[in-house]
Design a protein around this ligand. Structure first.
Ligand code: ADP
Ligand code: MG
Length: 391
């Protein structure tokens, strides 16, 4: 069982469900080897549901799932299984809303196929590089990942041939609609002569999505909805370091030094502990401040503004004060005191690694806290790595 929780970033356990392996879902060994290197060991809920279906039959699928549920592998692995590497034509098309997402998806597929026959994926998206994309598409390409507008542009310039596309995927369909791509999507879905499977993924199902589903997808499309609770917390590395209570401040200072200019949050359980730690850090010239429920709204706003502006590098916070704080690009969260329960742990650590970035969630604990840590591992289905000293 230890292997299951290790390197597996699901924040909540899948209840009433036996954990399957990718092999049991029908994924080939050479793909699994690539997954293992990415620490993708235990399939997520949507992967368990979707992969066997998509592998076994030519079906349409409508999946409703939040960000972070592991959709890329859920559709990416069955797509890769459907590609014939020997046929040098575009067989798979993935539509997505933004350049960043497109590049991310292409990169994942590339990594999944590290040990398979070469399958070539090209990402194309709006922006200045159309000539580069046109020449890139002259190379053998099996899968195109595209933003809708740019794809139409490329098709009209005859830079890409979609006549052999057998599988088309709409990733983050609701985002594409809100970016105004509805007509483009209708156009694209209308001119794929050879397509056998259409798979659509969306976090929400607004009217516009329903229209696309009704217009372009089989009435027998398989539908799946994933409980928003089973979200993978993207790229959080959970760590702990055991030290004496009185050494924590020193260890924290070492850690902050190693993080250089990176921004983060440190959590304590009480207002008093938060205030005390903030004072100690300020005395050591760390640009920080405390935020907790005793501050007036005006004071809280001031602290938050300073943090957002970057005047403060660090916030010391209580659990309740951290609710709803949404700041991009936090590199780390430090638990100076462990939280009382696993929900708080999820909230705290979720402040980092937002928007697909990586982040560290580091617990500074004494040896008597180990039991609590093991409990979090089980309850949240995550794995903590012990670090002995800060780099
Ligand atoms: P979504 O598209 O639903 O937002 P992603 O496919 O981008 O989610 O996956 C989010 C993160 O989780 C990625 O870093 C990915 O590598 C990782 N991941 C995906 N599936 C698993 C899994 N079964 N176990 C562990 N990590 C996974
Ligand atoms: Mg995604």
């Amino acid at each position: 069982m230890s292997q299951i929780s290790f390197g597996d970033f699901m924040t909540l356990p899948i209840k009433n469900q036996t954990l399957k392996t990718f092999a049991e879902l029908g994924i080939r060994a050479d793909l699994i080897k690539g997954l293992t290197e990415l620490k993708i060991i235990t399939p997520s809920e949507i992967q368990c549901e979707v992969i066997p279906k998509l592998l076994n039959a030519k079906i349409d699928l409508v999946g409703q799932a939040q960000t972070g549920t592991g959709k890329t592998a859920a559709y990416g692995l069955p797509l890769l299984e459907r590609i014939n590497p020997k046929e040098e034509v575009v067989q798979g098309l993935i539509l997505c809303p933004t350049r960043e997402l497109g590049q991310q998806v292409a990169k994942q597929l590339f990594k999944f196929t590290k040990y398979t026959d070469k399958i070539f994926t090209e990402a194309v998206y709006g922006g200045p590089q159309i000539d580069r994309q046109i020449s890139a598409l002259k190379r053998p390409t099996h899968i195109v990942v595209a933003t809708p507008g740019r794809l139409i542009d490329l098709v009209s310039r005859e830079a890409v041939d979609l006549s052999h596309v057998k599988t088309v995927i709409l990733d983050e369909a609701d985002e594409m609609l809100s970016m105004g791509f509805k007509e483009d999507l209708n156009k694209i879905l209308g001119f794929l002569p050879d397509v056998e499977c259409k798979w659509l993924f969306s976090a929400t199902m607004p009217q516009g999505i329903k229209e696309i589903v009704n217009q372009h997808m089989s009435p027998n499309a398989y539908r799946i909805e994933v409980n928003p609770k089973n979200v993978m917390n993207q790229g959080i590395e959970h760590q702990y370091l055991i030290c004496e209570e009185e050494d924590k401040l020193h260890v924290l200072m070492q850690f902050l030094k190693s993080e250089k200019k990176n921004r983060g949050m440190v959590f304590c359980k009480t207002k008093a502990a938060t205030d005390k730690l903030a004072k100690q850090l300020i005395a050591k010239n760390v640009a920080t401040d405390a935020i907790h429920g005793d501050l007036k709204q005006k004071e809280r706003d001031k602290v938050m503004r300073a943090f957002k502006k970057g005047t403060l590098q660090l916030l010391v916070a209580t659990d309740l004060a951290a609710r709803g704080i949404d700041i991009e690009a936090l590199s780390y969260v430090v638990h100076y005191q462990l939280p009382d329960n696993e929900e708080y742990y999820t909230h705290r650590s979720g402040r980092t690694a937002r928007a697909g970035k990586e982040g560290i969630s580091l617990c500074l604990i004494t040896s008597s806290d180990m039991k609590q840590l093991r409990y979090f591992e089980k309850a949240l289905n995550i794995g903590f790595n012990q670090i002995r000293q800060v780099r």
